[in-house]
Design a protein around this ligand. Structure first.
Ligand SMILES: Cc1ncc(COP(=O)(O)O)c(C=O)c1O
Length: 484
């Protein structure tokens, strides 16, 4: 057993790293209780058993590969299969997180280049790829802002968040130790400037903004807002969940933002998974670079040609480690592939097409359901059930009726400032035929809702399970049930 193990390790190492002196590797030192003495107890299943198990699981799932999935703010864009192919390359998948740096130079070069590309896309000076999700990135970004104020002696403990913001924004600011205060939205769907003005002050740490915001509206007064917040000594945090609307058109750094998080799984076509695995890289302007989490990839000062890049913890002002190893590297590889294939012009076109598709739907669906803040939208827009509420039909009923018609529902009851909100985001990858099919579905739902409201109120009718007790499901989730 031990001989076979040694041989295969040597063969693979030689094939992968031709320059490596495999013979000099002291594999014998792996004895002493480290090597397995008996075979591992792995369940004995045939390939067919395993295929059927995973196929059955897959059939119970719905994703972008199955159907139209207009989940506003969550940006469920198509994940090109070439991204998977790149991430599955053996040179990446066979790396162990504890592997010596000189063996991981290719991956480190890719990660370092991805950081540079994200700097270019957002207008930031430096990036960290460590955070594992958007919300994690928010907490990292807000921790950097806290550290900045600590170092600069400011007793600033208040963070402003618009009332349209995603719930993770106030939660992350609170987790980073700030007092959170809400800023109102004006009748155009933008930050209410007078309200913001009244909340500035020498205890202000900063403001968290999403632009375009969660109503799909671009904050046209962003430069004025940045001037006001900076003028009172605060910093601007950019929630990049909606970057898909502006890639290659404008950059958060140029708008005045100091810290940015990106959701790679929303903008750069990587999988969301069931709430993960995601990635929420954080970018900062130059004065905040020293606070980024460690380790960071840096050039090797010893100029060893075998190892031009190393991971360094030598950043005394850093907020420290925020993830076990180096972030969600598999997701970073997929995002890198997407960015490199599309290039600057392709990314810009993706944003333009996303905005075009959203406005096409806004105009057509707006004839069926009232649009909240009805103006040119960015990548998403919000509608409500309107007159249907009089028939006792709510947003939840419309969402369930969509399931019966083979479409994943849009985001519902968010943003909180629009009562009965339905937030629709088609993304750039849907054809006009698919958008028209969606419009027909919404017409059909409206028609049935007017003529036979009970049919909509009791939907879905075609699913294995009907209406769930969602509160009970959330509070008493059974997560260990087997599948037959
Ligand atoms: C506007 C906004 N901010 C932040 C987040 C949090 O991102 P994540 O789900 O990656 O934690 C979301 C998620 O949907 C979002 O829509």
């Amino acid at each position: 057993m031990q001989v076979i193990f040694e041989k295969s390790v040597k063969e693979r190492a030689t094939a992968q790293y031709p320059k490596l002196d495999v013979e000099a590797m002291d594999l014998a030192s792996l004895t002493g209780g480290v090597l397995r003495e008996n075979d591992a107890e792995i369940p004995e299943l045939s390939e067919l058993d395993v295929v059927r198990h995973f196929k059955a699981l897959a059939k119970r799932n719905v994703g972008v590969d199955d159907t139209f999935y207009p989940l506003g703010s969550c940006t469920m864009k198509y994940n090109p299969k070439v991204n998977e192919k790149a991430a599955a390359m053996e040179g990446f998948t066979s790396l162990h997180p504890y592997v010596e740096f000189y063996r991981a130079q290719g991956t480190m070069k890719l990660l370092s280049h991805l950081e540079e590309l994200l700097c270019g896309i957002t207008g930031m000076a430096a990036f960290t790829l460590h955070p594992m999700a958007g919300a994690h990135g928010e907490w990292v970004g807000m921790s950097i802002i806290r550290k900045y104020h600590e170092v600069n002696g400011g007793k600033r403990n208040r963070v402003l968040v618009p009332d349209s913001s995603h719930g993770t924004n106030p939660a992350s600011a609170a987790m980073a130790g700030f007092i959170v205060e809400s800023v109102a939205t004006d009748s155009n769907g933008e930050v209410e400037i007078d309200d913001l003005k009244s909340k500035l002050g020498d205890d202000l740490a900063g403001i968290m903004l999403t632009n375009p915001n969660t109503l799909g509206v671009f904050e046209t007064k962003i430069l004025e807002i940045a001037k006001m917040v900076h003028g009172s000594g605060g910093l601007l945090y950019y929630d990049g969940a909606n970057l898909n609307a502006i890639m290659g058109k404008c950059r958060p750094g140029d708008m005045g933002f100091d810290v940015v998080h990106l959701n790679l799984h929303k903008t750069f076509a990587t999988p969301h998974g069931g709430g993960g695995p995601g990635a929420g890289p954080v970018g900062v302007c130059s004065k905040l670079e020293q606070f980024l989490p460690t380790p960071r990839i840096v050039k090797n000062s010893e100029d060893d040609s075998e190892m031009p890049l190393i991971w360094s913890d030598d950043f005394p002002q850093s907020i420290g480690r925020v993830s076990g190893f180096y972030g969600n590297v598999g997701i970073a590889i997929r995002a890198y592939t997407y960015i490199r294939i599309l290039g600057e012009a392709g990314l810009r076109q993706a944003s333009e097409d996303a905005v075009l598709a959203a406005n096409y739907l806004r105009v057509k669906i707006g004839k069926l359901f009232p649009v909240a803040f009805d103006r040119m939208c960015m990548h998403e827009f919000v509608v409500t059930p309107g007159e249907l509420l009089k028939n006792g039909i709510h947003t939840l009923d419309i969402a369930k009726a969509m399931i019966d018609r083979g479409v994943h529902p849009m985001t519902i009851y968010f943003p909180l400032i629009v009562s009965e909100a339905m937030m629709i985001e088609p993304t750039e990858t849907e054809s006009v035929e698919e958008l028209d099919r969606f419009i027909e579905i919404m017409e059909d739902i409206l028609d049935v809702a007017k003529n036979d409201p009970e049919l909509i109120k009791t939907s879905p009718h075609k699913t294995v399970v009907k209406r769930l007790d969602e509160a009970k499901a959330a509070r008493s989730a059974i997560v260990t049930a087997g599948f037959n």
